[in-house]
Design a protein around this ligand. Sequence first.
Ligand code: 7PM
Length: 281
Amino acid sequence: MAGILDCGGRSLALGRPQVMGILNVTPDSFSDGGRFVGADAAIDHARSMVADGAAVIDVGGESTRPGSRGVSVEEELDRVIPVLEALRDEVSVPLSVDTSKPEVMEAAAAAGAGLINDVMALRRPGALEAARCTGLPVCLMHMQGVPETMQDDPRYDSVVTEVRDFLAGRMADAEANGIPRERIILDPGFGFGKTDPHNARLLAGLAEICDLGVPVLAGLSRKSLVGRVLGRALPDRLAGSVAAAAIATWNGARIIRAHDVAETVDAVRLAEYVQAGGIEA
Ligand code: 7PM
């Protein structure tokens, strides 16, 4: 199932679990009193994540925070494209773009992105076609509802089955639109229209998502699940996030999306070693 994923000419080795470092380029992330400083701080941060063992860097310019309203195409392009263009010459790992907008997918691919990470799973009009035209791999994520209201009252009869069926359907739609299965990654979308018990059942049942036969990505880093279960504010979620990464890896995730790359790489490597029965990778 998982060999080398070709990310626009750069390789992502999915024969073993890997860590995707999160690079937020929203104005509040690399800011100086509210003003976006530009690509420099973002590049330094990306470089240090690669040094820490990140196998791919996910560049995101739109906050998909619960309750968020989204940004315009122009604004997202302004945030993401200069960073991708700079990063492509600064780091050697594949770059991922966290976007749902077809215009951003195409511009990002031209600017050096090697992977499209879409929390809307290519459901926006034109997104399937844009993603296909880039020829890049795509990560299709499950979300119930829309970011503005998704946490109001999420409901499922059986969360694992419903998320798995949704992802199987999105994968079939992608394949029918010319995106081969070899280019697809699936993600249950922790925190996106889910209560803590929903997230817990998904994490425990992750193997059922992995059974769909393509690499699975899991993003739990610093999420509210960790905060609420452990009673930790945002700055104090490192240990919980690392524990969640270990569980996700143990249950079959191949890509762990994380802010704290060095610590997460340790957790992933340990889970991998135990999984392999004590045989070094
Ligand atoms: C505020 C709240 C800002 C939440 C950002 C977030 C995922 C993702 C995000 C994920 C994939 C975060 C989220 N989460 N893409 N993008 N999977 N594929 O916590 O879980 O980073 S944004």
